[in-house]
Ligand binder design. Sequence first.
Ligand SMILES: [Zn+2]
Length: 361
Amino acid sequence: MYVTKRRFPVLVLVFVLVLVLQPKELMAPVAVTAIMLTMPGGSGAWEAQGASELVPPLGVVDPLRPYDSKRLLDDARTLARFYPEVLSLTSIGQSVLGNEIPLLKLGNGERHVLWVGAIHGREVMTCAFLLLIAEEYANAYCNLVSYDTYSADKVQELLDEFTVFLVPMANPDGVDVVTSGGSALVPIRDRDTWKSNAGGVNLNRNFPFDWESNIFDGFANNYLNNKGASPGSEPETQALMVLCEDNPFELLVSCHCAGKMLFWRDDKNGEVPGDESLAGTIAGLTGYTMLPSTKRALNGWAGGLENWFRYRYNRPAICLELGLFDTADEMTAAQFHSEDMADWSVNRNLVWGVLEGLPGV
Ligand SMILES: [Zn+2]
């Protein structure tokens, strides 16, 4: 009894010191193990590895089940905990209904590029696409391994030179409408086709670029072209604008569905330095069609994110129409991987390819 009484305070002191000092070699495996225990299917088999090899397995992101705002946040948090060396999670703001608009920063470089997904609610697959990019690229970087045709050295080099800003779900309320029942604001008949935010505004018509040329407004035009009450009236639009103002992005790619094509120039802005080069790179990698310069304001450039970006920064911005279908249904792996959907075996290299195609790389 005497020995126990003497040892107890010593053990408490050691425990407190570990908590206070948090030596990395002690805490990191504990923290990662704790996360694994909360993951479905986390077997813990890899936990026996040494601390330096503690890189989690792939499989957090499931692209076959359409994302909603909650699952996006859950998975983004898990990825940021798994790969802190190269991936961080913040929020660029909140939606009309108060949902976070997550931002994943992938890489440690001083050169910044921006990829945006699901600015249209029903185009939910683009969210899974960007999340999967985040997971697989971060995993390759942390494992010091190659990724498809990109060598381990190239993976390190690209993510040390660049930081890829990923906003996988710019319109969380709109996505929730189509994947998880949405809001009382939205008529049931519209849920499968919903593109707008919870206020019925098409965010890709709400940016302050020739906004007046769009004649569509009001909730009656909700899922198509409602431009909103004023330029940049929506919180989601404002969040993206502030993000762009705060970071000198070399380019923007806004992912949509569908069409297997890309919009890369409009007649209002004309040529933007680097636009044809970037579009050519993406067309070459994807096999998608480069459309002619957009000729009309209405249903064309008025209020568009990429059009505003070209105007504001005189830098290239692409609207990428990924695959042929927008769907909020669960899909099979074969569907997701098919050329008419994500074409993952080809398009998983897209972000690497775009970085590699930039000047000075
Ligand atoms: Zn779209």
